[in-house]
Structure formats: structure tokens, C-alpha cells
Design a protein around this ligand. Structure first.
Ligand SMILES: O=C(CO)[C@@H](O)[C@H](O)COP(=O)(O)O
Length: 220
């Protein structure tokens, strides 16, 4: 398993205090910044465009982890790769089938960007198992995508265990990320199940950023 990474989700950032909060994030132990991109169609919410990513990239020295919750992932992947994303995660449910999923993984890698594939709570990741070497990350959603502040779905940890078993058995470098309802307690359960990237929105931003990131990082 790789070193644990904390990826604060900017969905919960206080946009009246952007500069201050970005400075705090940049000097915290969080190495990644998680961008929730929503199109108002794949999910019932609308968020950030590429210019926000470009601006934030100038303000922080962090990995730009872009999660596109969109119905047209090919279009958004190109736009966010051009804007400077380091990793782009799209939804399995947004592509036609597993062949289209693998084609998009290869396309994103061909742009020099790492790729992740995400599954919503009702989707099994089983179809991904034979293709994990095509992905740098699998994102297990532990809430229905769309909004921050929801409760963690503990049943999603079975998906994490399944993925961890396969990744370790094959010796792949694929990371497992979890997103939704992560706090000290749920983060610990997720790490024990095999996650190596924790996305956290409300938990990080509704307290002291440095302290909250450290609590997630060192709760093992
Ligand atoms: O992608 C999403 C929601 O769709 C998440 O990234 C949330 O932003 C996480 O927020 P919390 O559940 O941690 O508040």
C-alpha cells in the first residue's frame, strides 16, 4: 500500500476566504487538492470550471486531483488536462461500457495526466478488476455524488477490500481513494479496509485545517 494521502475537497472551501484557506492548505500536510467538477446533469449540482483550477494551481504547490462528475467525460477530461490537472477521475457510469472506459483511461494517460475511475454507491467495481493496471486510481464514492456533508456509507468498505485484495495480489500501483463523509472515525475504517487516499470536505474545512488534516493522516 502506498503512503496515505489526504485530499481536501474544495467543495467545502469558504469562498469568502479563498486566499487564506489556500495558504493554510498549502502549508498543511495535505498533498493533494480535490476538485469536484459537476455539470448539473450527471449530478444535480454545478461547480467549478477550468479557470478556477488554473488560478488555484498558481496559489498552491499541491497535486491537482480532479473528479469529474459529468455526463460527457471526454470533453471535460480534455478541458481539465489542458488547465493543468495532475489526475483526472471520471465515472464508470458516465461511459457506455468497459471498452469505452479503458479507451478513456488510455486517452487521459496519453495527455500526460494520471487517470482514475470512480464508482457510485450502487455500482460494483468488479468489472474493473481485470483492467486495474490501466488505472492509477479507483475512487469509491461513499455517498451519492453531488453534495458535501452527507453520511458515510460503511457498506462501501467491501468494495475497498475487494479492490485492495486484487491490487495487492497482482502487485499493481493503483491507488484506492474514498470520498464522502470522511472524518477521523470513518477515515480510520477506510484506511484499515485498504484506502490510500482520503478525500475530506466538511471535516477539514469546519475546523482548524492543519489539525484536521493531521488527525486524518495520523489516525492509523
Ligand atoms: O464528491 C463529493 C460529493 O459529490 C465529495 O468530494 C464531497 O465534497 C465530500 O464532502 P464531505 O462528505 O467530506 O463533506
Amino acid at each position: 500500500m502506498k503512503e496515505l494521502v489526504i485530499a481536501p475537497s474544495i467543495l467545502s472551501l469558504d469562498f469568502a476566504r479563498v486566499e487564506e484557506q489556500l495558504k493554510e492548505l498549502n502549508s498543511s500536510h495535505a498533498k493533494w487538492l480535490h476538485f469536484d467538477v459537476m455539470d448539473g446533469h450527471f449530478v444535480p449540482n454545478l461547480t467549478f470550471g477550468p479557470d478556477i483550477l488554473k488560478g488555484f494551481k498558481k496559489a498552491v504547490d499541491m497535486v491537482m486531483d480532479v473528479h469529474i462528475m459529468v455526463s460527457n467525460p471526454v470533453f471535460f477530461a480534455d478541458v481539465f488536462a489542458k488547465a493543468g490537472a495532475d489526475i483526472i477521475t471520471f465515472h464508470l457510469e458516465a461511459v457506455e461500457d468497459i471498452d469505452a472506459c479503458i479507451r478513456l483511461c488510455r486517452h487521459i494517460r496519453s495527455l500526460g495526466v494520471k487517470v482514475g475511475v470512480s464508482v457510485k454507491p450502487k455500482t460494483s467495481p468488479e468489472v474493473l478488476l481485470p483492467y486495474l493496471q490501466e488505472m492509477d486510481m479507483v475512487l469509491v464514492m461513499s455517498v451519492e455524488p453531488g453534495f458535501g456533508g452527507q453520511s458515510f456509507m460503511e457498506a462501501m468498505l467491501d468494495k475497498v477490500r475487494l479492490l485492495r485484495k486484487e491490487i495487492d495480489a497482482k502487485g499493481y500501483a493503483t491507488r484506492i481513494q474514498i470520498d464522502g463523509g470522511i472524518n477521523e472515525e470513518t477515515g480510520k475504517l477506510a484506511v484499515e479496509a485498504g484506502c490510500d487516499v482520503l478525500v475530506a470536505g466538511s471535516y477539514v474545512f469546519k475546523g482548524d485545517i492543519h489539525e484536521r488534516v493531521d488527525r486524518l493522516l495520523w489516525q492509523k
